[in-house]
Design a protein. Structure first.
Length: 208
């Protein structure tokens, strides 16, 4: 049962990346090299983000909500945009179109993110004797991250390569890119905010 649960969670987490590569023209044009390069850029970007988080953010003494800390997380999140820009514009690719390039870069980026953040917890936790929904939700989160990364790579391709963009669409493209770039930090803040408000309410009740 534990092995079956682990395999289900692993397929849910990493299977969509394989299906996307096989079901799209990416496999026909042999873009695996581009995806591997994008994954390597992601690892470097993750290292830079880790250094920035360790340097600029302080460890909270309690579970209080700090707007400055959350704002810094949002700005640090833009390092991903810089990494995607480097992967799309500076890496040497085979003779593939822009449509295939941004898909290959987004796919490699999302797969590296899933491996780095979800493989070890999945290997350690999903093989436990007690069933938990946590790793199923983790797989769903990986799928959502794949869609978000491909969308951000597509918007980046429109911003940085498409010269004849309709003028009315430019603000929409930049607004969507800004929203996608800050989405992880915004989601993290929204998740922690109710716990902070609940803790404040409990403290006020206890004080009275």
């Amino acid at each position: 049962m534990t092995v079956f649960h682990f395999l289900n969670c692993a397929f849910l987490t990493f299977g969509p990346h394989v299906v996307y590569y096989s079901a799209t023209p990416l496999s026909e044009y042999d873009t695996i090299g581009t995806s591997v390069k994008a994954a390597a850029v992601y690892l470097g970007t993750a290292l830079v983000k880790l250094v920035c988080l360790a340097t600029l953010l302080k460890v909270p003494e309690n579970d209080s909500f700090d707007p400055y800390q959350e704002l810094m997380k949002v700005f640090i999140g833009f390092i991903d945009v810089a990494g995607l820009y480097f992967a799309l514009t500076q890496l040497t690719h085979r003779n593939i179109s822009q449509n295939h390039k941004f898909q290959a870069v987004g796919l490699g980026w999302a797969f590296a993110d899933s491996v780095l953040h979800r493989l070890a917890p999945l290997w350690i936790g999903a093989r436990g004797l007690e069933f938990t929904w946590e790793y199923i939700f983790q797989g769903l989160e990986a799928n959502a991250n794949l869609v978000m990364t491909l969308s951000l790579a597509a918007l980046g391709s429109l911003m940085w390569f498409r010269k004849n963009k309709p003028r009315t669409l430019i603000p929409i493209i930049y607004a969507c890119a800004l929203l996608l770039a800050t989405m992880p930090s915004i989601t993290s803040s929204l998740v922690s905010l109710p716990y902070y408000l609940l803790g404040q309410t409990y403290s006020n009740i206890a004080a009275t």
